[in-house]
Design a protein around this ligand. Structure first.
Ligand code: KIV
Length: 271
């Protein structure tokens, strides 16, 4: 008797099919096993171990300090949790800009040591040789254009990108180059919705937006932001899908009180 096991794992081919079918793609960031398992069980399509870990996990002011070793450490936990979702690891600042050889070496290290399915890196034409080398070497690559937080010191902040015609045309050109080079998907961050729609129609690979309107093929948010854990951070594009900061604080307040007054643990909670 032969048993037919249906493969429910997300693949880059399935993502293309979703774009062709007009089926939206849902992606979230993820940095640890426990939460990744919840997201995967909920049916998320893509899990991104974003270099936003530098901010939300490590408390840095920018994404720049996080290292390849730290990204591999975090990604391993997410990979162990993902039964369905495709797992993408961000290549950190400095790991792909120096030379094409170093970029391929770091991308392969990330894939081999973390077990993830793909890498993401920020930039267009200027990093195209590195992207081509990676794809030729068999590394699936997701591009990232628009607001690219690793360039915050060059941009001088986290404002809306590509408002002006020249930057918008360059972005469209870059997106086409990434698509032709074989990127399996492109993230567009914080750009006008009309430009994101133009890009989405112009490229064959799925486009995932964050602050890029709703005409992209899919959406991504930083998990801690959309769960309302990052109180005070509320850019226009962000929707809180939960407000978990207060319930967590209340639970911890209640625990502290129970410990201090000696009511925890009680008899049933003791051996
Ligand atoms: O690092 C990250 O979280 C990201 C997303 C914002 C796309 O790159």
């Amino acid at each position: 008797m032969s048993v037919h096991v249906q493969n429910t794992r997300m693949t880059t081919a399935k993502l293309r099919q979703m774009k062709a079918n007009g089926e939206k793609i849902a992606m979230l960031t993820s940095y640890d096993f426990t939460l990744a398992r919840l997201l995967d069980e909920a049916g998320i399509d893509l899990l991104l171990v974003g270099d936003s870990a530098s901010n939300v996990v490590c408390g840095n002011a920018t994404t720049l300090p996080v290292t390849v070793d730290e990204m591999i450490f975090l990604t391993k936990g997410v990979v162990r949790a993902a039964q369905h979702a495709l797992v993408i690891c961000d290549m950190p600042f400095g790991s792909y800009q120096v030379s094409e050889q170093e970029a391929v070496r770091n991308a392969m290290r990330i894939l081999k040591e973390s077990g993830c399915d793909a890498v993401k890196l920020e930039g267009g034409e200027e990093i195209l040789p590195a992207i081509r080398h990676m794809i030729q070497a068999g590394v699936p690559v997701m591009g990232h254009l628009g607001l690219t937080p690793q360039s915050v010191n060059q941009f001088g902040g986290y404002g809306l990108r590509a408002k002006e015609e020249a930057e918008a045309e360059k972005l469209l050109h870059d997106a086409k180059l990434l698509d032709q080079a074989g990127c399996f998907s492109i993230v567009l961050e914080k750009i006008p919705a009309a430009l994101a729609e133009r890009v989405t129609k112009a490229v064959s690979c799925p486009v995932i937006g964050i602050g890029a309107g709703n005409k992209c093929d899919g959406q991504v948010l930083v998990l801690h932001d959309m769960l309302g854990l990052n109180q005070g951070f509320k850019p226009k594009f962000l929707r809180y899908f939960a407000s978990l900061a207060e319930p967590i604080k209340t639970a911890v307040d209640t625990y502290i009180e129970a410990v201090k007054e000696g009511s925890f643990p009680n008899e049933e909670e003791s051996y």
